[in-house]
Design a protein around this ligand. Structure first.
Ligand code: PLI
Length: 467
């Protein structure tokens, strides 16, 4: 017999996902020997592992989203006309309404948009100030003859700082560049939302507004990397005073209003597996972009995307604005962060919007950066558990013009959460595996790079173990 039940006081109200699972994909944990062999064949680079040898794939949140039934329906009804697809019209209307830019230039993915943007907006020798580099973005800026200069706030480089808007631009740093090269020496300011390379950290609305005011006076354009703008808007809603009662769509519209255009990798916020776009306000720039896109991507009404992919993206953009969705998305990432903290695993704080970043300098304090500590931890996590993660440290940073390795302050491993794909129990498994790797950190040795591609080396570099 049961006695009278006692209901605890202060029962919390948990968030939960506003969807249920309709289709599943089987995953399989390879044995320890299989994992060791796969990693050696992959040259200790998690990018080179075959997916069939990966158990839980936290390499990236890019193109790894699960689509909704409504998106799949859009796939089935896609209009594959070479010119003027109805899905282009549908996407154009959604982009104009949600992001507020007049002109849409679709591209095959984000870097296609970065390429076009850099070619039409950068003159050789111009500086592109930005709130921390992103690998492909910086590549295209340099490829177009520009030079990236970092103007992010100092807190971004401190994994222990709990500053809530570590993505913010430091206007004093920007002003120093303007004093040095003049407004004509600047191509545009490159403003990323939820800054990937420092831990998925947001910018505040106040900062975007001040940046716009400063740049407008000087005639400098502000170009948004809106790849994770919706996730950034959730942080504005939850952390920035005055936005608690504002909808995600209204926050996004205001954020974009402080910019002159954007590039987007649709493979993240937009909840699809492929696609991207450049969006612009200026008619002349849009015309230049349309002329280039036909040469590099595809006709200006598909830009490398299938009609069905544009349709699914239009639906995904609308779905991404739902508060219950975005709350579950960002809070799930925070759930992993809290679990790791409970096990004493060093992580970047505050928790990012799309990923949790292990702070490898604190995990392997004995290892010099030249021995690629974060690359090694990503490899060890795979060996331990079949979980795939990504290095975001010295390997990702690459080399300067003189061939010297950049030595970034942040030496991180990114555990990136695909949208609507994994459950909390998957993340429990991941956090326990990270804790076990950290427990044996003292015995972990470094890596030697034995093959180095000329650019974006992290994708294909190969390593050997030093022990
Ligand atoms: O992978 P793309 O070409 O669709 O997008 C390039 C790109 C641009 N900006 C930002 C902030 C990104 O994060 C980004 C791609 N990120 C990847 C692939 C990632 O794993 O984070």
């Amino acid at each position: 017999m049961f006695g009278p039940m006692r209901i605890a006081d202060n029962i919390p109200t948990s968030w939960c996902e506003p969807w249920k699972i309709k289709t599943i994909e089987h995953i399989h944990l390879a044995s320890a020997e299989e994992r060791r062999s796969a990693l050696e064949i992959a040259g200790w680079n998690t990018f080179l592992l075959p997916s069939r040898r990966v158990y839980i794939d936290l390499l990236t949140d890019s193109g790894t989203n699960a689509m909704s039934d409504v998106q799949w329906a859009a796939i089935m009804t896609g209009d594959e006309a070479y010119a003027g697809s109805k899905d282009f019209e549908r996407l154009e209307e959604v982009v104009q309404k949600v992001y507020g830019y007049e002109h849409l230039i679709p591209t095959h993915q984000g870097r296609g948009a970065e390429h076009i943007q850099s070619q039409i907006m950068i003159k050789k020798g111009q500086i592109v100030p930005g709130n921390m580099y992103f690998t492909t973005t910086k590549f295209h800026q340099e490829h177009a003859g520009g030079e990236f200069e970092d103007v992010i706030v100092d807190e971004a480089f401190d994994p222990h700082s709990e500053f809530e808007f570590k993505g913010n631009v430091d206007l004093a740093k920007l002003d120093r560049i303007v004093q040095r090269v003049g407004p004509q020496g600047i191509a545009y300011v490159s403003l990323e939302t939820n800054v990937n390379m420092c831990g998925g950290q947001p910018i505040s609305m106040a900062n975007a507004r001040e940046l716009k005011a400063y740049c407008s006076k000087l005639g400098i354009k502000v170009m948004l990397d809106a790849t994770r703008a919706v996730e950034n808007c959730y942080f504005i809603n939850t952390k920035e005073a005055g936005y608690e009662a504002t909808s995600i769509s209204a926050i996004l519209a205001e954020l974009c209003s402080y910019t002159d255009g954007c590039t987007i990798s649709g493979k993240k916020d937009c909840l699809v597996n492929i696609g991207g776009f450049l969006a612009l306000r200026d008619d002349h720039l849009a015309q230049m972009a349309r002329e280039l896109v036909v040469a590099f991507e595809g006709l200006h009404t598909y830009g490398g995307m299938a009609g069905r992919d544009m349709g699914a993206m239009a639906v995904g953009i609308v779905e991404s604005q739902d508060f219950e969705y975005i709350r579950a998305r960002v809070e799930q990432v925070g759930y992993l962060g809290k679990r790791l903290e409970r096990f004493g695993v060093p992580v970047v704080k505050p928790f990012g919007g799309h990923a949790i970043y292990l702070n490898v300098r604190d995990i392997l304090p004995h290892m010099p950066q030249e021995q690629y500590p974060a690359q090694r931890i990503a490899a060890e996590l795979y060996l331990e558990s079949g979980v795939r993660s990504m290095e975001r440290g010295i390997v990702s940073a690459g080399r300067d013009h003189d061939g010297n390795e950049y030595k970034p302050d942040l030496e991180l491993v990114r555990l990136t959460i695909p949208r609507r794909v994994y459950t909390q129990s998957h993340l429990d498994y991941v956090s326990e595996a990270c804790a076990r790797v950290c427990q044996r950190a003292e015995s972990i040795r470094g890596l030697k790079m034995v093959y180095e591609p000329g650019s974006l080396r992290f994708f294909q570099a190969r390593f050997e173990s030093l022990n």
